[in-house]
Ligand binder design. Structure first.
Ligand SMILES: Cc1cc2nc3c(=O)[nH]c(=O)nc-3n(C[C@H](O)[C@H](O)[C@H](O)COP(=O)(O)OP(=O)(O)OC[C@H]3O[C@@H](n4cnc5c(N)ncnc54)[C@H](O)[C@@H]3O)c2cc1C
Length: 456
């Protein structure tokens, strides 16, 4: 196997151990080989070899998904795709045709040069746009344009036996402009976490770069006040994003490590409103409407950063949130879900209490998505990942938070393995049967990222 891999890739990585785990509480698994693709044609060659020899393959870009999703199958091959960086922008239609290694910062820079833009996760600037889109991530334009899965217009992938597939309009014209009107085979690769094929390009929707843009912060006294504003603001159709971050984020960002209990006069949720316009008048109108709806006047984040430069990462995305990544324990994990807007209060309160009861600051991200058809609740813990006791504690907490949210109708996104047992019990049996049949059809030997979506 090693000789074959060297023939295809020129080398195999010596330090396979660094791919066995990530920042989360998920169990580590040691791969046998790690290879890095420099050219797309190496992908089907590897898959044909792995298929023939029944060896698992886990595609990976930077492994920053915070769900254990790129931890490989024991003894398998990690296929690193970070060097595949081709990027073309169809300027007339606002579509980027990108390979897996294209990062948030790279796509932003290229898109802005052509008069287009995109929304951003709170993820580091070097993480993969393609992988986040395949996992249906959330971003600063999710209120106006939905989660990232919706932004994929066509894609190119390789099945387990090396067969090449192109989906969407690109299947006929080579131009990735739409999912339909052909049968939507693009969906066969979205949210499947590399279990149906290795995707080598996606056609990714961009949006016009407007002349005027604002990011405003609105401190809300309570979660309830913030959720109410998210709901009324979503209905106006004026804003790209109305995201809420709970109070620990602001204090951590300001460099306070010992947070203590929240001061009763301190805001509980900080809402960040993102919006843009072609003219100054149009922007002012949106600001006026937001001011009418808000409990206190919105403050431009750029003004706040002049008072408190530590808040700079919130002013311009993508940015690296050091307070989540560089704390002494090193561990980071979360349970994120998409679900009903009418249960935000119940879920937000219950999740915050659960984190506090276990001694974690109640760090939460929330936002309305897709015009307000659904909302996000995501609970985040920093922890010491070298302590077994804390790792077990955080795992049990994530399972409990996941169960509470699923009871309220929230569906986990980037679903970590710790939730499979509970989730599978709740899923429609026909859905599970079809999922397995699809998987058997496209990957009969089960080599593609076999630990993801594994039935407990
Ligand atoms: C501090 C922090 C904050 C974040 N905030 C957000 C946020 O607000 N919103 C959000 O959506 N995300 C957020 N993320 C997650 C992150 O942005 C995305 O998950 C990331 O962009 C995906 O890129 P990656 O390089 O980490 O992918 P990886 O972790 O390498 O891969 C992710 C998954 O996709 C599979 N995969 C990778 N490449 C392929 C391929 N070519 N074909 C098929 N399957 C593939 C992998 O096997 C794995 O299952 C955050 C991350 C961090 C660290």
């Amino acid at each position: 196997m090693k000789d074959e891999l060297i023939r295809i890739f020129g080398a195999v990585e010596q330090d396979v151990g660094q791919h066995a785990r990530d920042r989360t509480e998920n169990a580590e698994r040691m791969p046998s080989f790690v290879v890095t693709a420099d050219r797309t044609d190496q992908v089907p060659e590897l898959l044909r070899l792995a298929h023939e020899r029944r060896v698992p393959v886990t595609p990976k870009v930077t492994g920053q998904n915070i769900g254990g999703l790129a931890i490989p199958a024991e003894g398998g091959i990690v296929l690193c795709l970070h060097r595949l960086k081709a990027l073309e922008i169809d300027e007339a239609h606002g579509v980027a045709w990108i390979e897996p290694g294209v990062s948030w910062q790279e796509l932003k820079d290229a898109a802005h040069r052509k008069g287009w833009t995109l929304g951003f996760p709170l993820a580091p600037p070097d993480a993969s746009v393609l992988a986040c889109a395949l996992m249906d991530g959330l971003n600063t334009m999710s209120l106006s344009h939905g989660s990232f899965g919706d932004w994929i217009l066509s894609l190119e992938a390789y099945l387990a036996d090396g067969t090449k597939v192109v989906t969407g309009s690109a299947a006929m014209s080579g131009r990735p402009l739409s999912r339909g009107p052909l049968p939507d085979l693009t969906g066969l690769f979205v949210n499947w976490m590399g279990t149906t094929g290795v995707v080598t390009r996606v056609g990714f929707a961009l949006w016009p770069l407007r002349a005027h843009r604002r990011r405003d912060m609105i401190p809300c006294r309570s979660l309830e006040e913030g959720f109410a504003l998210m709901r009324t603001g979503a209905r106006t159709g004026l804003y790209d994003d109305l995201a809420g971050l709970s109070w620990p984020a602001a204090k951590w960002a300001l460099g306070l490590d010992e947070l203590g209990p929240r001061d009763p006069h301190e805001p509980e949720l900080y809402l960040i409103a993102d919006y843009a316009a072609d003219t100054r008048e149009e922007l002012d109108l949106k600001t006026r409407r937001l001011t009418e709806l808000s409990p206190v006047p919105p403050l431009p984040v750029s003004d706040l950063t002049q008072l408190a430069p530590d808040l700079a990462p919130f002013a311009e995305l993508p940015a690296r949130l050091d307070f989540l990544l560089d704390h002494p324990g090193g561990g980071l994990t979360w349970i994120g879900t998409y679900g009903p807007m009418d249960k935000l209060e119940e879920g937000g309160r219950a999740g915050s209490k659960m984190l506090e009861a276990e001694g974690y600051p109640p760090l939460m991200v929330t936002r309305p998505m897709k015009g307000g058809h659904m909302g996000v609740l995501r609970f985040i813990e920093r922890f010491d990942r070298n302590s077994e006791a804390e790792t077990s504690k955080v795992r049990a907490l994530n399972v409990a938070v996941g169960a509470m949210l699923m009871d309220l109708g929230y569906v986990p996104y980037k679903c970590p393995a710790v939730l499979y047992e509970d989730l599978y019990r709740r899923l429609d049996p026909g859905f599970l049967t079809l999922m397995q049949r699809v998987r058997d059809a496209v990957d009969p030997h089960g080599i593609l990222n076999p630990d993801r979506w594994r039935r407990p």
